[in-house]
Design a protein around this ligand. Sequence first.
Ligand code: ZN
Length: 254
Amino acid sequence: MMKNIRKTFFVRIVLIFIALILIFFVGYFVFQPAKIHKLPLHVQTVDCDRSKYATAPICPSNKLNDPNSIQLMHAQINGLKPFSTDSAFLKQVDKMIKKQILEKVTENRFYEIKSLTNSQPYLIPEAVDMLNEIGYRFQQRLKEKRDTIYRFRVSSLLRTEEMQTKLTHRNRNAVTQSAHLYGTTVDISYKNFYNTATDVIVPSWEAIQMLTRVLIEMRKECRLLVVRERKQACFHITVVVCKNEETKKYSLVD
Ligand SMILES: [Zn+2]
């Protein structure tokens, strides 16, 4: 009799235990918060004092008005040989990616890419690192100020001569000798930003201020050359590459 009671008690405990485990698992899968999709974003940056060791001369500045001639000089030293036509570029692109002389630029948690009509979403790896660094610092500064988190919008990247010619007819800023031909140069729009909280694209004075601050900061460090193009409402930015072989690898994902 006593043995039977003990056995029933034991069975009940086991059943309650199993039920608790089931409730836990069902609850976990039903009520778990939406997973945040983190993109792998490993940034490899060659770290050096670019005022001394860049591949082309550059002096620190706190102004966003680097002339095209200087941007072009850096672009020509560090970038690709320009492609005359879109089809010539498309024939070569896979090979260049394999050789790691070109990278496809894809959207991530720092920026969006506007629908591109006159450029291709590719840059040299150093320019991709620079773009990610701008995005990382931009969002860090917004976080520090407890401001809304925005993503900026990339409006132009690599152009072929064919694309550049089409653009020059409509756009006075697109000079024949554009730094965009070399894969070293990118345009970031300041007209609108993607507001991550409301999921809408909006103009934002705060975001413009913060982006400007980050670009001045990185211009002082000689990380980039930049000019504010008012007609296009964008920053036209060319990467400054370090010739120092010592590479410092780090990740922007914490
Ligand atoms: Zn540009």
